[in-house]
Design a binder for this molecule. Structure first.
Ligand SMILES: NC(=O)C1=CN([C@@H]2O[C@H](COP(=O)(O)OP(=O)(O)OC[C@H]3O[C@@H](n4cnc5c(N)ncnc54)[C@H](O)[C@@H]3O)[C@@H](O)[C@H]2O)C=CC1
Length: 366
Protein backbone atom coordinates (compact mmCIF):
# COMPACT_ATOMS: atom_id res chain seq x y z
CA UNK A 1 0.00 0.00 0.00
CA UNK A 2 2.72 2.48 1.02
CA UNK A 3 4.74 1.29 -1.98
CA UNK A 4 1.84 1.86 -4.36
CA UNK A 5 1.28 5.35 -2.98
CA UNK A 6 4.92 6.23 -3.62
CA UNK A 7 4.75 4.81 -7.15
CA UNK A 8 1.62 6.85 -7.91
CA UNK A 9 3.25 10.00 -6.60
CA UNK A 10 6.42 9.69 -8.64
CA UNK A 11 4.74 8.58 -11.90
CA UNK A 12 4.29 12.12 -13.29
CA UNK A 13 7.96 13.01 -12.57
CA UNK A 14 9.48 9.66 -13.55
CA UNK A 15 12.06 11.36 -15.77
CA UNK A 16 13.40 13.50 -12.95
CA UNK A 17 13.46 10.53 -10.58
CA UNK A 18 15.48 8.55 -13.13
CA UNK A 19 18.05 11.33 -13.65
CA UNK A 20 18.46 11.88 -9.94
CA UNK A 21 18.69 8.14 -9.27
CA UNK A 22 21.59 7.71 -11.72
CA UNK A 23 23.27 10.87 -10.45
CA UNK A 24 23.22 9.36 -6.94
CA UNK A 25 24.51 5.99 -8.15
CA UNK A 26 27.38 7.50 -10.16
CA UNK A 27 28.48 10.19 -7.74
CA UNK A 28 28.37 7.82 -4.77
CA UNK A 29 30.09 5.00 -6.66
CA UNK A 30 32.00 6.33 -9.71
CA UNK A 31 33.42 2.85 -10.37
CA UNK A 32 29.91 1.68 -11.33
CA UNK A 33 29.71 4.18 -14.22
CA UNK A 34 31.91 2.10 -16.47
CA UNK A 35 29.47 -0.79 -16.28
CA UNK A 36 26.95 1.30 -18.24
CA UNK A 37 27.18 2.31 -21.91
CA UNK A 38 28.79 5.65 -22.77
CA UNK A 39 25.41 6.96 -23.99
CA UNK A 40 22.63 6.11 -21.59
CA UNK A 41 19.55 6.53 -23.81
CA UNK A 42 17.81 3.16 -23.60
CA UNK A 43 19.66 1.89 -20.58
CA UNK A 44 18.70 5.07 -18.77
CA UNK A 45 15.16 3.87 -18.19
CA UNK A 46 15.89 0.21 -17.67
CA UNK A 47 17.34 -0.22 -14.22
CA UNK A 48 14.94 2.02 -12.37
CA UNK A 49 11.98 0.73 -14.41
CA UNK A 50 12.86 -2.86 -13.55
CA UNK A 51 13.10 -1.95 -9.85
CA UNK A 52 9.78 -0.13 -9.89
CA UNK A 53 8.11 -3.02 -11.77
CA UNK A 54 9.42 -5.36 -9.12
CA UNK A 55 8.24 -3.15 -6.25
CA UNK A 56 4.79 -2.94 -7.81
CA UNK A 57 4.48 -6.74 -7.69
CA UNK A 58 6.05 -7.16 -4.26
CA UNK A 59 2.90 -8.90 -2.93
CA UNK A 60 2.70 -11.30 -5.87
CA UNK A 61 5.62 -13.74 -5.52
CA UNK A 62 4.29 -16.04 -8.26
CA UNK A 63 4.98 -13.30 -10.83
CA UNK A 64 7.81 -11.56 -9.04
CA UNK A 65 10.13 -14.43 -8.14
CA UNK A 66 10.66 -15.83 -11.68
CA UNK A 67 11.04 -12.27 -13.02
CA UNK A 68 13.67 -11.38 -10.41
CA UNK A 69 15.51 -14.66 -10.85
CA UNK A 70 15.86 -14.01 -14.59
CA UNK A 71 16.86 -10.42 -13.86
CA UNK A 72 19.51 -11.50 -11.36
CA UNK A 73 21.02 -14.17 -13.62
CA UNK A 74 20.78 -11.81 -16.63
CA UNK A 75 22.80 -9.17 -14.75
CA UNK A 76 25.88 -11.38 -14.54
CA UNK A 77 26.89 -10.37 -18.07
CA UNK A 78 27.17 -6.72 -16.95
CA UNK A 79 29.72 -7.71 -14.32
CA UNK A 80 27.21 -7.06 -11.52
CA UNK A 81 28.29 -8.54 -8.17
CA UNK A 82 26.46 -8.64 -4.86
CA UNK A 83 28.47 -5.67 -3.52
CA UNK A 84 26.80 -3.40 -6.12
CA UNK A 85 23.30 -3.94 -4.75
CA UNK A 86 23.51 -1.73 -1.63
CA UNK A 87 24.71 1.22 -3.75
CA UNK A 88 21.70 0.90 -6.03
CA UNK A 89 19.38 0.53 -3.02
CA UNK A 90 20.69 3.72 -1.41
CA UNK A 91 20.22 5.63 -4.66
CA UNK A 92 16.69 4.27 -5.07
CA UNK A 93 15.69 5.34 -1.56
CA UNK A 94 17.41 8.72 -2.04
CA UNK A 95 15.58 9.42 -5.31
CA UNK A 96 12.19 8.34 -3.92
CA UNK A 97 12.66 10.37 -0.73
CA UNK A 98 13.33 13.46 -2.79
CA UNK A 99 10.44 13.15 -5.28
CA UNK A 100 7.74 11.43 -3.19
CA UNK A 101 7.70 14.05 -0.46
CA UNK A 102 3.93 13.76 0.12
CA UNK A 103 4.03 10.05 0.96
CA UNK A 104 7.56 9.79 2.34
CA UNK A 105 8.11 9.17 6.05
CA UNK A 106 9.75 6.60 8.32
CA UNK A 107 7.09 3.95 7.62
CA UNK A 108 7.23 4.38 3.86
CA UNK A 109 11.01 4.29 3.95
CA UNK A 110 10.93 1.09 6.01
CA UNK A 111 8.52 -0.50 3.50
CA UNK A 112 10.85 0.38 0.60
CA UNK A 113 13.93 -0.90 2.45
CA UNK A 114 12.13 -4.21 3.11
CA UNK A 115 11.00 -4.46 -0.51
CA UNK A 116 14.45 -3.66 -1.91
CA UNK A 117 16.14 -6.10 0.47
CA UNK A 118 13.83 -8.89 -0.68
CA UNK A 119 14.23 -7.96 -4.36
CA UNK A 120 18.01 -7.77 -4.24
CA UNK A 121 18.37 -10.98 -2.22
CA UNK A 122 16.32 -12.94 -4.77
CA UNK A 123 18.50 -11.55 -7.58
CA UNK A 124 21.76 -12.23 -5.74
CA UNK A 125 20.71 -15.82 -4.95
CA UNK A 126 19.64 -16.47 -8.54
CA UNK A 127 22.94 -15.09 -9.87
CA UNK A 128 24.89 -17.34 -7.48
CA UNK A 129 22.95 -20.43 -8.56
CA UNK A 130 23.35 -19.54 -12.23
CA UNK A 131 27.11 -19.16 -11.73
CA UNK A 132 27.31 -22.83 -10.86
CA UNK A 133 25.88 -23.91 -14.20
CA UNK A 134 26.54 -21.30 -16.90
CA UNK A 135 29.08 -18.64 -17.85
CA UNK A 136 28.14 -14.97 -17.32
CA UNK A 137 28.36 -14.49 -21.09
CA UNK A 138 29.53 -16.31 -24.21
CA UNK A 139 31.90 -15.01 -26.87
CA UNK A 140 30.61 -15.79 -30.35
CA UNK A 141 32.56 -15.40 -33.58
CA UNK A 142 30.72 -14.35 -36.72
CA UNK A 143 31.16 -17.14 -39.27
CA UNK A 144 28.87 -15.82 -41.99
CA UNK A 145 27.06 -12.60 -42.87
CA UNK A 146 24.48 -12.79 -45.61
CA UNK A 147 22.92 -9.50 -46.72
CA UNK A 148 19.41 -10.52 -47.86
CA UNK A 149 18.08 -7.02 -48.68
CA UNK A 150 19.71 -3.60 -48.43
CA UNK A 151 18.93 -3.56 -44.71
CA UNK A 152 18.38 -7.16 -43.55
CA UNK A 153 21.25 -9.54 -42.79
CA UNK A 154 21.31 -13.15 -41.63
CA UNK A 155 24.25 -13.64 -39.27
CA UNK A 156 25.62 -16.98 -38.15
CA UNK A 157 27.92 -17.16 -35.13
CA UNK A 158 29.95 -19.83 -33.35
CA UNK A 159 29.81 -19.60 -29.53
CA UNK A 160 33.06 -20.33 -27.66
CA UNK A 161 31.31 -22.93 -25.48
CA UNK A 162 28.09 -24.89 -25.84
CA UNK A 163 25.05 -22.60 -25.76
CA UNK A 164 21.92 -24.50 -24.64
CA UNK A 165 18.59 -22.90 -25.61
CA UNK A 166 15.13 -23.79 -26.90
CA UNK A 167 13.68 -22.97 -30.32
CA UNK A 168 11.60 -19.78 -30.05
CA UNK A 169 13.85 -18.16 -27.42
CA UNK A 170 16.00 -15.04 -27.77
CA UNK A 171 19.33 -13.82 -26.45
CA UNK A 172 20.90 -10.49 -25.59
CA UNK A 173 23.82 -9.47 -27.73
CA UNK A 174 26.63 -6.89 -27.49
CA UNK A 175 28.85 -5.83 -30.42
CA UNK A 176 32.42 -4.50 -30.29
CA UNK A 177 31.18 -1.23 -31.85
CA UNK A 178 28.84 -0.29 -28.98
CA UNK A 179 30.37 -1.65 -25.76
CA UNK A 180 27.87 -2.39 -22.99
CA UNK A 181 24.88 -1.72 -25.26
CA UNK A 182 22.87 -4.95 -25.30
CA UNK A 183 19.95 -5.72 -27.60
CA UNK A 184 17.66 -8.73 -27.95
CA UNK A 185 17.57 -11.04 -30.96
CA UNK A 186 15.62 -14.26 -31.42
CA UNK A 187 17.41 -17.38 -32.61
CA UNK A 188 16.47 -18.02 -36.22
CA UNK A 189 17.05 -21.78 -36.01
CA UNK A 190 16.38 -24.60 -33.59
CA UNK A 191 19.54 -25.83 -31.76
CA UNK A 192 21.88 -27.36 -34.35
CA UNK A 193 24.25 -30.31 -34.11
CA UNK A 194 27.19 -28.06 -35.09
CA UNK A 195 26.36 -25.60 -32.27
CA UNK A 196 26.09 -22.59 -34.62
CA UNK A 197 23.48 -19.89 -33.91
CA UNK A 198 21.82 -17.58 -36.41
CA UNK A 199 19.97 -14.26 -36.21
CA UNK A 200 17.96 -12.14 -38.65
CA UNK A 201 18.81 -8.47 -38.16
CA UNK A 202 17.21 -5.43 -39.74
CA UNK A 203 19.07 -2.09 -39.69
CA UNK A 204 16.45 0.29 -38.35
CA UNK A 205 16.93 4.07 -38.02
CA UNK A 206 18.72 4.85 -34.74
CA UNK A 207 19.17 1.12 -34.10
CA UNK A 208 22.86 1.28 -33.19
CA UNK A 209 23.46 -2.40 -32.61
CA UNK A 210 21.32 -3.55 -35.53
CA UNK A 211 23.03 -1.10 -37.91
CA UNK A 212 26.46 -2.28 -36.76
CA UNK A 213 25.48 -5.92 -37.26
CA UNK A 214 24.06 -5.32 -40.74
CA UNK A 215 26.67 -2.83 -42.03
CA UNK A 216 29.92 -3.57 -40.17
CA UNK A 217 29.94 -7.13 -38.88
CA UNK A 218 32.11 -9.52 -40.89
CA UNK A 219 33.31 -13.10 -40.42
CA UNK A 220 35.93 -13.12 -37.67
CA UNK A 221 34.30 -10.38 -35.57
CA UNK A 222 33.56 -11.46 -32.01
CA UNK A 223 30.26 -10.62 -30.27
CA UNK A 224 29.12 -11.32 -26.72
CA UNK A 225 25.91 -13.19 -25.90
CA UNK A 226 23.94 -13.20 -22.66
CA UNK A 227 21.84 -16.17 -21.50
CA UNK A 228 18.82 -17.40 -23.47
CA UNK A 229 15.38 -16.15 -22.38
CA UNK A 230 11.76 -16.26 -23.45
CA UNK A 231 8.83 -18.63 -23.20
CA UNK A 232 7.59 -18.71 -26.81
CA UNK A 233 8.51 -22.38 -27.08
CA UNK A 234 6.76 -25.52 -28.35
CA UNK A 235 4.91 -27.69 -25.85
CA UNK A 236 5.87 -31.17 -27.06
CA UNK A 237 3.49 -32.82 -24.61
CA UNK A 238 0.53 -32.01 -26.90
CA UNK A 239 -0.11 -32.42 -30.59
CA UNK A 240 -2.27 -29.30 -30.88
CA UNK A 241 -2.02 -27.51 -34.19
CA UNK A 242 0.16 -24.40 -34.21
CA UNK A 243 -0.92 -21.07 -35.67
CA UNK A 244 2.15 -18.83 -36.09
CA UNK A 245 2.25 -15.14 -36.98
CA UNK A 246 5.59 -13.59 -37.80
CA UNK A 247 5.92 -9.91 -38.80
CA UNK A 248 9.11 -8.78 -40.59
CA UNK A 249 12.20 -10.23 -38.92
CA UNK A 250 9.79 -11.63 -36.31
CA UNK A 251 9.59 -14.62 -38.66
CA UNK A 252 13.02 -15.74 -37.35
CA UNK A 253 11.84 -17.51 -34.16
CA UNK A 254 8.85 -18.93 -36.07
CA UNK A 255 11.31 -20.62 -38.44
CA UNK A 256 13.07 -22.05 -35.37
CA UNK A 257 9.73 -23.41 -34.10
CA UNK A 258 9.06 -25.12 -37.45
CA UNK A 259 12.49 -26.79 -37.36
CA UNK A 260 11.84 -27.88 -33.78
CA UNK A 261 8.55 -29.58 -34.74
CA UNK A 262 10.24 -31.21 -37.75
CA UNK A 263 13.10 -32.54 -35.60
CA UNK A 264 10.67 -34.03 -33.10
CA UNK A 265 9.10 -35.95 -35.96
CA UNK A 266 5.70 -34.61 -35.06
CA UNK A 267 2.83 -34.54 -37.50
CA UNK A 268 0.85 -31.64 -36.09
CA UNK A 269 -0.51 -28.99 -38.44
CA UNK A 270 1.60 -25.81 -38.43
CA UNK A 271 0.04 -22.81 -40.17
CA UNK A 272 2.32 -19.80 -40.65
CA UNK A 273 1.28 -16.28 -41.64
CA UNK A 274 4.36 -14.24 -42.62
CA UNK A 275 3.57 -10.51 -42.66
CA UNK A 276 5.65 -7.92 -44.46
CA UNK A 277 5.09 -4.37 -45.63
CA UNK A 278 6.08 -5.21 -49.21
CA UNK A 279 7.18 -8.14 -51.33
CA UNK A 280 10.75 -6.88 -51.00
CA UNK A 281 10.56 -7.39 -47.22
CA UNK A 282 9.65 -11.10 -47.56
CA UNK A 283 13.39 -11.76 -47.37
CA UNK A 284 13.04 -15.34 -46.11
CA UNK A 285 10.14 -16.45 -48.28
CA UNK A 286 12.19 -19.00 -50.26
CA UNK A 287 13.45 -20.75 -47.11
CA UNK A 288 9.93 -20.97 -45.74
CA UNK A 289 8.45 -22.20 -49.00
CA UNK A 290 11.27 -24.77 -49.14
CA UNK A 291 10.30 -26.00 -45.68
CA UNK A 292 6.68 -26.16 -46.80
CA UNK A 293 7.64 -28.39 -49.74
CA UNK A 294 9.46 -30.83 -47.45
CA UNK A 295 6.82 -30.95 -44.72
CA UNK A 296 3.23 -31.81 -45.67
CA UNK A 297 1.96 -30.65 -42.25
CA UNK A 298 3.30 -27.11 -42.81
CA UNK A 299 1.53 -24.29 -44.61
CA UNK A 300 3.08 -20.84 -45.14
CA UNK A 301 1.05 -17.84 -46.28
CA UNK A 302 2.69 -14.47 -46.96
CA UNK A 303 0.46 -11.51 -46.08
CA UNK A 304 1.62 -8.28 -47.70
CA UNK A 305 0.63 -4.81 -46.55
CA UNK A 306 0.53 -2.36 -43.69
CA UNK A 307 -0.98 -3.98 -40.64
CA UNK A 308 -0.62 -7.73 -40.67
CA UNK A 309 -2.77 -7.86 -37.57
CA UNK A 310 -5.47 -5.75 -39.25
CA UNK A 311 -5.77 -8.25 -42.10
CA UNK A 312 -5.48 -11.31 -39.96
CA UNK A 313 -9.07 -11.82 -38.88
CA UNK A 314 -9.91 -12.06 -42.57
CA UNK A 315 -6.86 -14.05 -43.66
CA UNK A 316 -7.12 -16.40 -40.70
CA UNK A 317 -10.93 -16.51 -40.76
CA UNK A 318 -10.90 -17.86 -44.31
CA UNK A 319 -9.08 -20.89 -42.97
CA UNK A 320 -9.53 -22.38 -39.51
CA UNK A 321 -11.34 -23.26 -37.32
CA UNK A 322 -8.57 -22.52 -34.87
CA UNK A 323 -10.15 -23.31 -31.51
CA UNK A 324 -7.89 -26.36 -31.00
CA UNK A 325 -4.69 -24.51 -31.98
CA UNK A 326 -1.88 -22.99 -29.91
CA UNK A 327 -0.80 -19.59 -31.22
CA UNK A 328 2.67 -18.03 -31.48
CA UNK A 329 3.23 -14.42 -32.40
CA UNK A 330 6.41 -12.45 -32.97
CA UNK A 331 7.23 -9.12 -34.60
CA UNK A 332 7.07 -5.37 -33.95
CA UNK A 333 5.60 -4.72 -30.47
CA UNK A 334 2.49 -2.97 -31.86
CA UNK A 335 1.86 -5.91 -34.19
CA UNK A 336 2.22 -8.38 -31.32
CA UNK A 337 -0.25 -6.39 -29.21
CA UNK A 338 -2.90 -6.07 -31.94
CA UNK A 339 -2.22 -9.64 -33.11
CA UNK A 340 -2.93 -11.03 -29.65
CA UNK A 341 -6.28 -9.17 -29.61
CA UNK A 342 -7.13 -10.46 -33.09
CA UNK A 343 -6.31 -14.05 -32.08
CA UNK A 344 -8.53 -13.79 -29.01
CA UNK A 345 -11.34 -12.49 -31.22
CA UNK A 346 -11.13 -15.56 -33.47
CA UNK A 347 -11.52 -17.79 -30.43
CA UNK A 348 -8.04 -18.71 -29.20
CA UNK A 349 -7.94 -18.44 -25.39
CA UNK A 350 -5.28 -16.08 -23.97
CA UNK A 351 -3.42 -18.87 -22.17
CA UNK A 352 -2.78 -20.64 -25.50
CA UNK A 353 -1.21 -17.55 -27.14
CA UNK A 354 2.57 -17.39 -26.73
CA UNK A 355 4.69 -14.29 -27.31
CA UNK A 356 7.58 -12.56 -25.64
CA UNK A 357 6.37 -10.41 -22.74
CA UNK A 358 7.50 -7.16 -24.31
CA UNK A 359 7.07 -4.97 -21.25
CA UNK A 360 9.29 -7.25 -19.27
CA UNK A 361 11.99 -7.58 -21.89
CA UNK A 362 13.68 -4.40 -20.73
CA UNK A 363 14.32 -6.01 -17.40
CA UNK A 364 14.75 -9.64 -18.31
CA UNK A 365 18.12 -9.64 -19.93
CA UNK A 366 18.99 -6.03 -20.25
N1 LIG B 1 10.36 -12.54 -30.59
C1 LIG B 1 9.88 -11.43 -31.14
O1 LIG B 1 8.79 -10.96 -30.83
C2 LIG B 1 10.67 -10.78 -32.21
C3 LIG B 1 10.40 -9.49 -32.52
N2 LIG B 1 11.10 -8.87 -33.50
C4 LIG B 1 10.76 -7.48 -33.75
O2 LIG B 1 10.09 -7.45 -34.97
C5 LIG B 1 10.26 -6.20 -35.56
C6 LIG B 1 10.57 -6.44 -37.01
O3 LIG B 1 10.67 -5.24 -37.65
P1 LIG B 1 10.43 -5.09 -39.20
O4 LIG B 1 10.99 -6.25 -39.93
O5 LIG B 1 10.93 -3.72 -39.52
O6 LIG B 1 8.85 -5.13 -39.29
P2 LIG B 1 7.91 -4.22 -40.15
O7 LIG B 1 7.77 -2.90 -39.55
O8 LIG B 1 8.35 -4.32 -41.58
O9 LIG B 1 6.51 -4.97 -39.95
C7 LIG B 1 6.35 -6.36 -40.10
C8 LIG B 1 4.88 -6.70 -40.20
O10 LIG B 1 4.18 -6.23 -39.08
C9 LIG B 1 3.08 -5.43 -39.50
N3 LIG B 1 2.93 -4.31 -38.57
C10 LIG B 1 3.86 -3.35 -38.31
N4 LIG B 1 3.37 -2.48 -37.40
C11 LIG B 1 2.13 -2.90 -37.09
C12 LIG B 1 1.12 -2.41 -36.23
N5 LIG B 1 1.30 -1.30 -35.52
N6 LIG B 1 -0.06 -3.08 -36.14
C13 LIG B 1 -0.24 -4.21 -36.88
N7 LIG B 1 0.66 -4.71 -37.73
C14 LIG B 1 1.84 -4.07 -37.84
C15 LIG B 1 3.48 -4.96 -40.88
O11 LIG B 1 2.35 -4.69 -41.68
C16 LIG B 1 4.20 -6.12 -41.43
O12 LIG B 1 3.28 -7.09 -41.91
C17 LIG B 1 11.33 -5.48 -34.78
O13 LIG B 1 10.68 -4.55 -33.94
C18 LIG B 1 11.95 -6.59 -33.94
O14 LIG B 1 12.44 -6.11 -32.73
C19 LIG B 1 12.03 -9.51 -34.26
C20 LIG B 1 12.34 -10.82 -33.98
C21 LIG B 1 11.70 -11.55 -32.91
Amino acid sequence: MLIRRTLAEIAPVADKVTSYFYALVFTGHPEVREMFPAAMDVQRDRLLKALLTAAEHIDDPAVLTPYLRRLGAGHRKYGTVSAHYPAVGEALIGALARYADLTWGPETEAAWVRAYTAISQTMIDAAAEDEARAPAWWHAEVVSHDLRTSDIAVLTVRPDQPYPFLAGQYTSLETPWWPRVWRHYSFASAPRADGLLSFHVKAVPAGWVSNALVRHARPGDVLRLGPPAGSMVVDHSTDNGMLCLGGGTGIAPIKALIEDVAEHGERRPVEVFFGARSDHDLYDKDTLLGLQRSHPWLSVRPVIGEGLAGQLPQAVGENGPWSSYDAFISGPPAMVRSGVDALKRIGIPGERIRFDALEELAGVAG
